[in-house]
Design a protein around this ligand. Structure first.
Ligand code: SF4
Length: 364
C-alpha cells in the first residue's frame, strides 16, 4: 500500500508534550465523546486559573486546551480527576460522539476504555479520529478516519457498505485502528491511504451496497428539551463560565465549540444561547498575540465584522481550528486579508462579509 511521504514527527500537543506557543505552553486535554462531569469541569476551571490563562479553549474535536500553562502540576490534577486514565494513550483518545445520543455517548466511553487497554494503540497518530454517530448525521460530517453511524461503518467519511450492530461497534473501530497501524506507512490519516480496503479485513458484519448519507449541521445553540446548548465567544470558556456550567450539571463539549449543559444554566454568564447571535457564525484561530506565526489579531478583527456567513479567520496558512463544514475562508496576509482567495483590505472586510451574508440569506 503506498502512502504519502510525510515523515515528520507527530506534533499534536497533549498534557505531557505541550506545544510551545507565543503565550506559553499549550496543553490539550482529550474528552472522549466530549463528556465531562461537573466535578471535572471544576478541576479544569481551577487549573485554568491557577496554572494557565484563566480560560478553557474549546477545540473542533470536542476537546479543551489550556494556554499559557507556565506553572507545574497540571498532569497530577487531571489524573486525580480521572481525565488522564492512561498517560501513554492521552494523545490518541480522539473520539467524537453525537452529544444528544445516549447510544453514541455510551459507545464513546466504552471505546475509550478499550482503546486505553491496548498498549500498541498508543502508537496511533494524534490526528487519527474516531466518531460515533447516533444516526443524526452530526458528527459523521466532522472528518473522522473511522465512524460508526448507527450501524454503518464509514472510512474517511465514505460508506464502506459494512453494517455492524452497536454491540460490535467498539470492536470494529479498534480493528480498523489496528489495521491502520499495521499498514499506514507514513500516513497519518485514512484519507491518505491509496487503498483502505485492508482496514476492513477481519470485521464481521453484513455487506450492503454503499450509499451516500446526508450530513447534518451540529447542534444549534439554545434550549433542547431539558438541556441547553451554550457557546462561548470564539470557543473561549472563562473559568467563571465553566463553574456556572458545572453548577448546572454534567456537560458535553461539542465539536462546534459549544457545550451541551444538562441542567438549568444561570443567566448573565456571557455564554451565547441565542441561535441568531452574530458571533455564532464566526470562528478564529488564536492569532496575535498568542501565536507567533500570526499576521494579524484575527479575533479582534473577527469581532468587528458583525453578522457574517459561517466564516473562519486564520492568522496563517495552517488555518488551525478551521471547521470541517463548508465556510468562508478568511486568511490574514501582510496587508489585509484573503477572503476565499480574493484580496480584501482590512478596512473593507466587514462590508465584504456582511454582503456575502446577505447574498447567502437571499438565496435561502
Ligand atoms: S493558523 Fe497560524 S496563526 Fe493561527 S494559531 Fe495556527 S499557526 Fe498560529
Amino acid at each position: 500500500m503506498s502512502t504519502s511521504a510525510r515523515v515528520r514527527a507527530d506534533a499534536c500537543p497533549g498534557v505531557f508534550a505541550t506545544h510551545d506557543a507565543a503565550d506559553g505552553p499549550l496543553a490539550r486535554v482529550r474528552l472522549p465523546g466530549g463528556a465531562i462531569t461537573r466535578a471535572q469541569l471544576g478541576v479544569l476551571a481551577d487549573a485554568a486559573d491557577d496554572l494557565g490563562d484563566g480560560a478553557l479553549h474549546l477545540t473542533s474535536r470536542g476537546n479543551v486546551q489550556l494556554r499559557g500553562v507556565t506553572r507545574p502540576g497540571l498532569a497530577g490534577r487531571l489524573a486525580a480527576a480521572g481525565l488522564l486514565p492512561s498517560p501513554p494513550h492521552e494523545r490518541v483518545r480522539n473520539i467524537l460522539a453525537s452529544p444528544m445520543s445516549d447510544v453514541a455517548q455510551e459507545l464513546a466511553a466504552a471505546l475509550d476504555k478499550a482503546l486505553c487497554a491496548v498498549p500498541g494503540l498508543a502508537e496511533l497518530p494524534g490526528r487519527f479520529l474516531f466518531a460515533l454517530d447516533g444516526g443524526r448525521g452530526d458528527v459523521a460530517g466532522e472528518g473522522a478516519d473511522v465512524c460508526w453511524r448507527d450501524g454503518a461503518l464509514l472510512l474517511a467519511g465514505e460508506d464502506t457498505g459494512l453494517r455492524v450492530p452497536a454491540e460490535h461497534a467498539v470492536e470494529a473501530l479498534l480493528s480498523v485502528a489496528r489495521a491502520f497501524l499495521r499498514t499506514r506507512g507514513t500516513a497519518w490519516r485514512v484519507s491518505e491511504l491509496t487503498d483502505s480496503g485492508p482496514l476492513l479485513k477481519d470485521i464481521p458484519g453484513e455487506i450492503v451496497e454503499p450509499r451516500g448519507f446526508a450530513v447534518n449541521p451540529g447542534l444549534p445553540v439554545g434550549p433542547i428539551g431539558d438541556a441547553i446548548v451554550a457557546a462561548p465567544v470564539f470557543g473561549r470558556l472563562t473559568s467563571a463560565q465553566a463553574r456556572a456550567i458545572a453548577k448546572a450539571g454534567d456537560a458535553v463539549v461539542t465539536p462546534w465549540r459549544s457545550i451541551l449543559v444538562r441542567g438549568p444554566l444561570e443567566t448573565g454568564t456571557g455564554l451565547v444561547t441565542d441561535p441568531d447571535a452574530p458571533s455564532l457564525g464566526v470562528s478564529a484561530c488564536i492569532g496575535r498575540p498568542g501565536c507567533a506565526k500570526s499576521l494579524a489579531d484575527v479575533r479582534g478583527d473577527a469581532a468587528r465584522v458583525g453578522r457574517t456567513p459561517r466564516v473562519h479567520f486564520a492568522g496563517c496558512e495552517r488555518r488551525c481550528g478551521k471547521p470541517a463544514r463548508e465556510h468562508v475562508d478568511v486568511l490574514a496576509t501582510e496587508d489585509g486579508y484573503l477572503v476565499d482567495g480574493e484580496r480584501v483590505p482590512a478596512g473593507e472586510l466587514a462590508t465584504v462579509l456582511v454582503k456575502e451574508f446577505s447574498a447567502e440569506k437571499g438565496t435561502q
